[in-house]
Design a protein around this ligand. Structure first.
Ligand SMILES: [Zn+2]
Length: 300
C-alpha cells in the first residue's frame, strides 16, 4: 500500500506517465509479494479480498478492464480460479498476459504441489484435481514464487532488471529471517492435530508438522453436510483433535457446531493478507497465523 501512495505522489510530477508495470493479482498475497519485488516500479491490483472465496467470484467488467491494461497476471493456479480467470483473460484479449506468455504466472507451478496424486476425493468431485492450490500458507513457497516473479519482471521490464534483483534480495533476506523466527515460535505445535473446514491449510500443516485429522467439508468445495458433521462428532467426541480451523469467508456454523459438541476449540486463521486485523502484510500474516494457533493449542 505504501508503494501505491508513493507512486501516486510521484505522478503529480510531469513525465511519470506509464512508468509502472501493471500487475493484476488474483489473490492479495500475490499483490503484496509483487509490491515487495516490484517496489515503486509496479502498480498492483488484487481481484479478490481475503473476505472472498477465491474459488468463486464473478468475472465482473471492472476486472476485465484491469486485465486488459495489465502487463503481468499472477494467480495461484492449479484450477483455483478456473471459474472466473479464463473468462477474464478471454474477454480482456490482452496478448501480454495470455497463458504461455511472460506476463502470465501461475504461482503453484513453481512449488511442490500437495494432493496432486489421484485420490479418493477426486472421484467425488474434488475441486482440486490438479493438486491443492492454497500454496501461500507455507512461507517457503513464497520464496519460490518471489524468485520467479522477479525473473518475470526483469524479462518484461529489462531496463530495471537490477532493481528487481535488489528488491528480491532485500525481501528474501528479511523473509528468511522471519521464517526462522516462525519455525522457532511454532516448534511446539508439531504433532498437534487439526480439523479444517476446507483443505485451505494443507501447506501450513505440512510446514509446521501438524496432523491433518479431518475436514468439515465431506467433498472439497461443497458445504459441510449434517451427516458428515454427525460422523465427525462421533469420531472426535473424545476430544481427539486440538483445533478446528476455518478461513474468514467460511461460515462459522459448522466449526461452532462441532466445537460445542467436542470441546475442541474453533478458530479463524487469515488465509491471506487482510484476513484478520493483524494480517496487514505477508510478514504479519504468518505472525498472526502462529499467534492464533498458539492461542488455541499452545502449551503456554
Ligand atoms: Zn480449495
Amino acid at each position: 500500500m505504501k508503494y501505491r501512495i508513493a507512486v501516486l505522489l510521484a505522478c503529480l510530477m510531469p513525465l511519470c506517465a506509464n512508468a509502472e508495470i501493471r500487475i493484476f493479482a488474483c489473490e492479495p498475497e500475490w499483490a503484496y509479494l509483487a509490491e515487495e519485488v516490484g517496489g515503486d516500479l509496479v502498480e498492483t491490483f488484487s481481484a479478490t479480498t481475503a473476505q472472498q472465496d477465491p474459488h468463486y467470484i464473478q468475472a465482473r467488467p471492472s476486472l476485465i478492464a484491469k486485465v486488459r491494461r495489465a502487463d503481468l497476471v499472477i494467480c495461484s493456479g492449479a484450477q483455483l480460479e478456473i471459474g472466473w480467470l479464463p473468462a477474464l483473460l478471454q474477454k480482456a484479449n490482452n496478448r501480454k498476459v495470455m497463458p504461455g506468455s511472460d506476463g502470465y504466472l501461475q504461482a503453484s507451478d513453481f512449488v511442490l504441489r500437495l494432493g496432486a496424486t489421484a485420490d479418493i476425493d477426486r472421484a467425488k468431485g474434488d475441486i482440486h484435481p490438479q493438486g491443492n492450490p492454497h500454496i501461500q500458507v507455507n512461507p517457503h513457497n513464497i520464496v519460490a514464487v518471489a524468485r520467479v516473479l522477479a525473473a518475470r519482471l526483469a524479462r518484461i521490464d529489462i531496463d530495471n532488471t537490477k532493481a528487481y534483483e535488489d528488491n528480491l534480495d532485500n525481501f528474501l533476506t528479511r523473509w528468511q529471517e522471519a521464517i526462522a523466527g516462525w519455525e522457532e515460535a511454532a516448534a511446539n505445535l508439531a504433532g498437534k492435530r487439526a480439523i479444517m473446514h476446507h483443505k485451505s491449510w494443507v501447506y501450513l500443516l505440512d510446514w509446521l508438522g501438524i496432523q491433518d485429522m479431518a475436514r468439515l467439508e465431506a467433498v472439497p468445495g461443497l458445504p459441510p453436510t449434517a451427516a458428515h458433521l454427525s460422523r465427525l462428532t462421533a469420531e472426535f467426541a473424545d476430544g481427539s483433535a486440538d483445533v478446528i480451523i476455518r478461513a474468514p469467508y467460511q461460515h462459522a456454523k459448522a466449526s461452532d457446531w462441532l466445537s460445542q459438541r467436542t470441546g475442541i476449540p474453533a478458530i479463524v486463521l487469515p488465509l491471506t493478507v487482510g484476513g484478520t486485523d493483524g494480517a496487514t502484510d505477508l510478514f504479519t500474516l504468518f505472525d498472526d497465523i502462529i499467534a492464533r494457533l498458539q492461542g488455541a493449542m499452545g502449551d503456554a
